[in-house]
Write a protein that binds this ligand. Structure first.
Ligand code: R5P
Length: 315
């Protein structure tokens, strides 16, 4: 693949394997940089490549430890800007803090907007993200943002499985649009679970709209955090007579009791992507399959660099 040396890709420390895979797709070496810590814990980044006048991309998921990865991204952006990069794109495969996107009670922050502001202030000219928690978060940035969908990778995986008697389930009402896109992509029927979130960790699946009896299920979501949402939905769906249950989610955040809950739930396979690196413990669980988004990201980076359409990737 021909790409001139104007294109530089750097990696933060959150997801070096993914950044490496993106570079492999593009046939480029990963940009040289040293990320270090001062004795008091402050981070320092030193670029080892010349970036003056170059089109630079920095890959960093703001996953756990969220604050550390976020600050590292900001320092990277500042570093590239001060080193005279021509254009800087923050490639954020998983965008943390996205779920606090509105004031649904008094005296709470809107962290998604705050984070969008500081990323822009630090020096990003563009953002490339995958499955933001809500599509309207694109509007929180006043710079161009390209929004990729994990559905391209996950949908193809489930399509290749050729699942018969398929019903695509949305585990909550908020995810309905994505689930209906999956249903048309995979050619299945659609069902929706009505969920009630009792607390950050506890979720109750209350009712199902649609038929799951005797059906094979693909349940799709943007994120599995504590896994309360998908596990409670899977239990209810199983009680109502579903056969196989597959879960597909872009971001495997897998926090709190997620692994324990997934291990006990009536789920045959959990399919996630590598926007967030999988822990050793999660790897051992056995029912989790990880697909890579590297080709999709690499292709989007190539198109941004060449000023070509990114949205046509999804046509
Ligand atoms: C909810 O709006 C999201 O789409 C996910 O369903 C939710 O964030 C998953 O969280 P958890 O795994 O903690 O239930």
């Amino acid at each position: 693949m021909f790409l001139n040396d104007n294109l530089k890709i750097f990696s933060g420390s959150s997801n070096v394997a993914l950044a490496g895979a993106v570079c492999k797709y593009l046939g480029l070496p990963l940009g040289g940089a040293k990320i270090d810590k001062f004795p008091d814990g402050e981070k320092v980044i030193k670029l080892e490549d010349d970036v003056r006048g170059r089109d630079c991309f920095v890959v960093q998921s703001t996953c756990n430890p969220v604050d550390e990865h976020l600050v590292e991204l900001l320092i990277y952006l500042d570093c590239l800007r001060r080193a005279s990069a021509k254009r800087i794109t923050a490639v954020i495969p998983y965008f943390g803090y996205a779920r606090q996107d509105r004031k649904d009670e008094g005296r709470v922050p809107i962290t998604a907007k705050l984070v969008a502001n500081i990323i822009t202030t630090a020096g990003a000219d563009r953002v490339l993200a995958i499955d933001l928690h809500a599509h309207q978060l694109q509007g929180f940035f006043d710079i161009p943002l390209d929004h990729l969908m994990g559905e391209l990778v996950l949908g193809n995986y489930f399509r290749d499985k050729k699942i018969d008697k398929l019903t695509v389930v949305s585990p909550d009402v908020g995810n309905m649009k994505i689930a209906s896109r999956y249903a048309s992509h995979l050619g299945g029927e659609l069902a929706i679970v009505h969920k009630k979130r009792v607390s950050g960790e506890r979720v109750e699946a209350k009712e199902i709209i649609g038929d799951v009896q005797g059906r094979n299920i693909v349940m799709c979501d943007d994120i599995i955090a504590t896994a309360g949402t998908v596990c409670s939905a899977a239990k209810l769906i199983k009680q109502r007579g579903a056969e196989k249950i597959y879960v597909g989610a872009t971001h495997g955040v897998l926090a709190g009791r997620a692994l324990e809950q997934l291990g006990q739930a009536p789920i045959d396979e959990v399919v996630i992507t590598d926007t967030v690196p999988l822990s050793e413990k999660a790897r051992k669980l056995g029912c989790i399959k990880v697909l890579t988004v590297s080709a999709m990201l690499g292709e989007a980076i190539k198109r941004i660099h060449r000023d070509e359409s990114v949205s046509s990737l999804f046509n």
